[in-house]
Write a new protein. Structure first.
Ligand SMILES: Nc1ncnc2c1ncn2[C@@H]1O[C@H](COP(=O)(O)OP(=O)(O)OP(=O)(O)O)[C@@H](O)[C@H]1O
Ligand SMILES: Nc1ncnc2c1ncn2[C@@H]1O[C@H](COP(=O)(O)OP(=O)(O)OP(=O)(O)O)[C@@H](O)[C@H]1O
Ligand SMILES: [Mg+2]
Ligand SMILES: [Mg+2]
Lengths: 295, 228, 228, 295
């Protein structure tokens, strides 16, 4: 194809969009609404996924220290724990701190045990590098000296992992379903607009246009419709996500949770929406024309 | 140039509009196709540029064998055949200028040439002042003349015209006929379906009379022959 | 019956297609509207059933004042005016039968009567055997005759025909003209735009010649007058 | 309007749908997909709402009994609690049971306190009729005889209520947004199909049809498209919800949680989808025609 023919197709696609006025508007707004939906849900789902991962990472092993252990022994134990391959870091929590926590959540029934009456143990809180290594760490820690007991909520952790995996899988299914749905709705909209232009295509063929020649402007038009349909959702998403992100993250300073950082995330999701809009727009256009071009 | 042998056309609804057509039209001929409404004139004509495919028989146009040719080749056939459609078939969203230019863009002519030639044919059919209008803004006869202009813009080797003066007054009709005659003189084969007996009787050419999908008369310099 | 006084029509694109039309057509008259392509015949005709609104002037049809009337009243005007459109305007998704019946359903005629009358007018235009076909399955002339059948099915008091024989062979044209003449004899006012000089010259009626949106001639029993 | 005219419009709408073939199919499938989305999300949201309410209902007040209280005094206390207007029912939980719970969740550090060493109190677990009455019950219970302490996790409950309310509000917003979106997509689809039929409408007007006469078949056609578009989602939803419901509810026998019972719920949501489809279909049809009918 000659360069000037490509230029012609480009101009033609813009002209056609403009002259189809209402139809273009209706198609663009359908794409807009669909992609807005996709954008919002993708953002929610991906962030849920992120938070789930954060929660997982937050699982720790409690290593209870014998009451008879000396300070040096405690230090040695800490070192050993820290030198384990799977361990990220180790924190001390004294029995007094722990009792405070309990009293806090269980009412004042335990306050009488303050000081030496405290029935609890000091403990090291060990964070694993990989949440799945928790069990292994616990096992190894059990055999260490000065350790009276190890706990990591076997049940709780297993349950949590299971739940999070379910959440993630459901999220994935919803995401895929949503993307398919968006693709369907967008290409369907384009299909309807093309159905209504079958006579036009017919005439083009009758005056000697090849299928390729007819297809290009429609393909481009579909892509532009998808593109314009993606712009508003991208703008809205950016405008809404940024303030939410900064608010949410400043509220969660303490914890190891955070939303996805806007810098790659918004570009990524914007790219996805633009790609969906344009590719599906163009493809939908081409595919809907097949019937009319078959001769 | 155009050769039909035992051509039958049965439409999906069961109507047989070509019932064993055999005819040979040489390069440079001017042929009128006449006959009553519904006789099969348009069907005959549509088969020449393969808007309709024959159900049976052989059709050859130039080097193209319309029966065996692949769909991919059809556009190239149509570039050698200019067509004035009975219902004009203008693209509603293109201006008069763009409609005619479209036929040239299809063959990737260069833009400067397109501009020159389009204005030339528009002038020829007397509608140069309507370049920027859309088909819906034209009168019936004006649309018909645009369709004629588009058909001749590429200087095709064959010109097919289905009732090209149906919506024109006698004066304009004669102007158009003179243009066609001139084109014919330059070597273009012309096949024209018409109900205009005056034209057929005055501007003498070969006449094919079609009735019920059959050629019932084939005379050089014949009359219209359906006068009331 | 039809009265125009100083009517102007300027289309949005700036073209003035009616340039001070004044004319009076009595109940029962038969009027030809002639003139070159683009003269304003269709515009004149379209203003009678208010497809186009006049930009200036007075138009009265029967009891309707087309300038002051409300949009809501327009359908009732149109029920008194049968129209044969230059481009047929058949509903593409309705069969021949349904297209004609539509005009009767609109006035809520009873179904049995509709059936009887539709077949009657189809017979009149010679297309009774095409009842079940869709417009796309018809030849140009056949579509035109369906448009004629639809225009007369309700036996309107005014019949407007824009080039009703443009795609018909002379024989069929004369059949149609005889039908119109018969309808006219029964008291229907007929306004017919045409390029067919033979008809105008043979079947003598009042002739309105339009040029550049003006009435340049108005003769009872006049000639077509644009012969080449 | 005469009855036979209405009949005519009905027949006409069916005919038109059939003859518009591909266009009808495209419109119906757009509605189908949209309503499927709405149906799935409505089901999820409404059930989340139900579960949230169930969780709320599950909030209880702990009334700790003085260690010195006799069996008779305990019984009397129970009676008083049961006779409060806001109370639904009262259950006894002994300190031994409670210790078992604690040992269960806190490792074996408390096992030494078994029997009389047990530092905990017996308690009555009081369920309120209305979750919001929890605070009131707690307050009244504090002044009763033989009561040493009352707790109901003021913070936890308040937080829970707040969270649930947020969940519910977000759910409501999403529901409304989704409904609006569905309405927009459906009416937009109908609009496009009508845009492509403007010449038809034009011709109808030219042969003397009143706006009402033209409108009816289009209105009906829009309604049928909406109706057909609702049928598949309703079928899918019913087919998927019933097994999930029975599975989920048999898994949750113990708790006071349950999904919405299919018997009114599926009818309700089916009704909503059918209504949205048909009303929006019809309305969308009518509204899109306005421009063409304006004369
Ligand atoms: N697409 C089609 N499908 C079915 N039948 C058709 C189709 N086109 C034409 N016909 C039928 O074939 C016959 C011949 O039609 P054709 O258009 O060739 O007639 P024609 O000679 O051009 O008539 P006219 O002078 O009225 O244009 C007619 O009876 C018509 O009804
Ligand atoms: N809808 C429209 N918008 C703008 N201009 C129009 C429109 N319809 C017609 N015209 C212009 O008005 C003039 C008169 O048109 P009209 O259709 O009345 O001519 P006519 O006498 O019927 O011609 P013909 O014999 O070719 O049918 C023409 O120049 C035409 O270009
Ligand atoms: Mg024909
Ligand atoms: Mg006209």
């Amino acid at each position: 194809m000659k360069a000037r023919t490509m230029k012609r197709h480009l101009l033609d696609s813009f002209k056609s969009m403009k002259r189809n006025g209402w139809m273009t508007l209706a198609a663009v707004s359908a794409v807009t609404v669909t992609l807005l939906l996709v954008g919002i849900f993708l953002t929610l789902l991906l962030n849920m996924n992120k938070l789930a991962t954060d929660v997982e990472k937050d699982v720790r092993v409690n290593v209870y220290i014998e009451k008879v252990a000396t300070e040096d022994q405690k230090k040695a134990l800490k070192k050993v724990l820290e030198q384990m391959d799977e361990v990220d870091h180790v924190e001390l929590k004294t029995r007094d701190e722990e009792l405070d926590d309990l009293v806090g959540s269980y009412g004042s029934n335990f306050s009488m045990f303050q000081g030496d009456d405290n029935p609890l143990y000091d403990k090291y809180v060990v964070s694993a590098k990989e949440p799945t290594d928790t069990a292994k760490i616990a096992k190894e820690a059990e055999d260490l000296e000065n350790v009276t007991d190890v706990s990591y909520g076997k049940l709780t952790v297993d349950k949590l992992f299971k739940t999070l995996n379910t959440v993630r899988n459901i999220g994935l299914v919803i995401t895929i379903a949503l993307l398919l749905l968006a693709m369907f709705l967008i290409s369907n909209t384009i299909r309807i607009t093309i159905l209504s232009r079958s006579t036009e295509i017919e005439i083009m063929k009758l005056v000697g246009a090849t299928n390729g020649f007819i297809r290009w402007p429609f393909l481009l038009e579909g892509a532009w419709i998808g593109m314009f349909g993606a712009l508003i959702p991208i703008a809205i998403l950016t405008g809404v996500y940024l303030p939410i992100y900064s608010k949410f993250n400043s509220a969660l300073t303490t914890a190891s949770f955070s939303l996805l950082s806007p810098s790659p995330f918004l570009y990524q999701i914007g790219g996805v929406m633009l790609a969906i809009g344009m590719i599906i727009g163009a493809l939908g256009s081409i595919l809907s024309m097949r019937r009319f071009l078959k001769n | 140039m155009i050769e039909m042998l035992n051509v039958y056309k049965k439409y999906p609804n069961g109507i047989t509009a070509a019932n064993g057509l055999s005819v040979r039209i040489e390069q440079g001929e001017f042929v009128y196709v006449v006959g009553p409404s519904g006789a099969g004139k348009s069907t005959f004509i549509k088969m020449i540029y393969r808007e309709e495919r024959a159900s049976k028989g052989t059709i050859k146009v130039g080097d193209f064998d319309l029966i065996t040719m692949r769909d991919k080749q059809v556009p190239y056939l149509r570039r050698h055949v200019g067509v004035v459609f009975q219902d004009y078939k203008l693209l509603p969203r293109l201006t008069v200028y763009e409609n005619i230019a479209y036929a040239m863009e299809v063959v990737e002519k260069n833009p400067r040439m397109i501009k020159k030639r389009v204005l030339e044919v528009l002038d020829l059919v007397g509608l140069k002042h309507k370049v920027r209008m859309f088909p819906t803004e034209l009168s019936g006869g004006e649309q018909q003349r645009i369709s004629i202009a588009r058909a001749i813009v590429n200087m095709p080797r064959v010109l097919i015209a289905d009732e090209p003066t149906g919506n024109l007054d006698p004066d304009t009709s004669w102007e158009i006929m003179n243009i066609l005659d001139e084109i014919n003189r330059q070597g273009t084969t012309i096949v024209m379906a018409t109900h205009n007996s005056q034209i057929v009787n005055v501007m003498k050419h070969r006449v094919l009379a079609v009735e019920n999908g059959r050629i019932v008369r084939d005379e050089l310099g014949g009359d219209y022959g359906y006068e009331g």
